[in-house]
Design a protein around this ligand. Sequence first.
Ligand SMILES: Cc1cc2nc3c(=O)[nH]c(=O)nc-3n(C[C@H](O)[C@H](O)[C@H](O)COP(=O)(O)OP(=O)(O)OC[C@H]3O[C@@H](n4cnc5c(N)ncnc54)[C@H](O)[C@@H]3O)c2cc1C
Length: 336
Amino acid sequence: MISRNSGLSNPGVYALPLLLENLWYKIDTKMLERLKDGLASLVKGQLLFEEPMRNHTSFKIGGPVDALVIPNDLAEVSSIIRFANANGLRITVVGNGTKLLVCDGGVDGIVIKIKNCLDDVAISEERISAGAGCLLPELCHLAASHGLSGLEFAVGIPGTVGGALVMNAGAHGDAMSCIVTKAKVIGFDGQIKELIKSEMDFGYRSSKLQDGNVIVSEVEMQMRKAILTEIERKMADYMKWRHERQPLGEPSAGSIFKNPKDDFAGRLIELAGCKGMTVGGAQVSEIHANFIVNRGNATAEDILQLISKVQQQVAAKFGISLVPEIKIIGRPLSKG
Ligand SMILES: Cc1cc2nc3c(=O)[nH]c(=O)nc-3n(C[C@H](O)[C@H](O)[C@H](O)COP(=O)(O)OP(=O)(O)OC[C@H]3O[C@@H](n4cnc5c(N)ncnc54)[C@H](O)[C@@H]3O)c2cc1C
């Protein structure tokens, strides 16, 4: 059985619950025991069984995964892939979980979390090579301290370098695709290869890497020399902008929907009367209408229903189908 990321990207309007049901896949008790024994003897990094994914997402939502691994190094990632392939187990990759909605029934198989690992950084002249597990804000400050400009846009984006590359994360008119030159990836066939920028097919918050066939391990970026005080001023301006416009004190996953061409999802959602709308513990933020926040006890089901309601109201008022930007993984709670 092929092991691959089960992430759903961009499900169409009203279609979320239906699509999720198609992805149900529960591993049986025998397989679970094999998974526990196998991983325990394989993993030198961190290994957690039946770990709630809400501990690993900025939404603070998500049911348990059979096994979560924070690997020590790339060799360990390779071994886990080989083990999963040999045993018909699914692998899902996450970074800092800041663009993820994990469903209430949890995730089957193995989650490999690339954060606080694979995080070496090498700087040579104007090039930075960063491990996928580096956190973007930390990397921005490191680049600044070397007088290197290009990453300022990412100072308030709370993801990892790997997650940012996959999502082509961006802000203030810049994005990862503006600075990336190449990336090292490991395929679900265990092959390590290097991809150059043109092979990653970047678009607005999209890349070919979202097909889920590879794990990003390292990213090379081309920066340019600039004056430290100018880089710092830009980063401070961007942070101020966020603090004034985004609900940074509440659990969220950033923007829920992509902006439609020549418009803003937040503007449409607000004009459609959805600001402040709630389902259970989920609420369309009062501060920024393209954010949904977890008011403390939201379930993934609450978020999905709210997404669907917002899509319906915007479609009814403007005839526009808002496309989710967040990645939805896992399965709903089984009924009965
Ligand atoms: C308050 C807040 C503000 C935000 N602001 C912005 C913003 O301005 N601009 C923006 O673009 N985003 C923003 N985001 C969203 C998010 O931070 C970015 O999309 C970020 O790049 C996601 O990185 P991550 O490590 O958290 O990825 P995750 O959420 O863990 O994963 C996202 C996707 O990438 C895949 N993935 C992650 N790591 C790897 C890897 N190493 N190899 C292969 N696949 C991988 C996952 O399978 C998943 O499909 C914001 C989020 C929050 C909570």
